[in-house]
Design a protein around this ligand. Sequence first.
Ligand code: FES
Length: 107
Amino acid sequence: MPTVNYVSFDGQSTQLELAEGMTIMQGAVMNGVEGIEGECSGSCACATCHCYVDDAWLAKLPEMSENEDEMLDDTASERKPNSRLSCQIKATAELDGIVIHMPEEQE
Ligand code: FES
C-alpha cells in the first residue's frame, strides 16, 4: 500500500498507508488528519482539499484538469506553483512516499 506523508502547517507529520486508488483527500479525512477538509467529497467543486505537493513529487503527478486549475484560483490560502487539489491525486505505487504539505487555512 502506498505511503503518504502529510505535513501540517505547523510542521507536524503524519504518515499513512492508503489503499491503492484512494485519493490523498480521502486518506486525510477518513483518518482524521487535520488541514484537508474535502467539503464536496472529491467532486473538484470546493477547493477545501488544497495542498502543496513536495517539489520532488510534482513531475510524477497526473496532469491537472482545466476544472482543477480553475478551482485552484479560489483557494483560501495562497496558490503556489506546487498547489494541487488532493481529491484529484490517487495513491499509487508510483507515488509511494509522497509528501503533502497542508496550507494554513482551507476556508
Ligand atoms: S474535495 Fe472538494 S475540490 Fe477536492
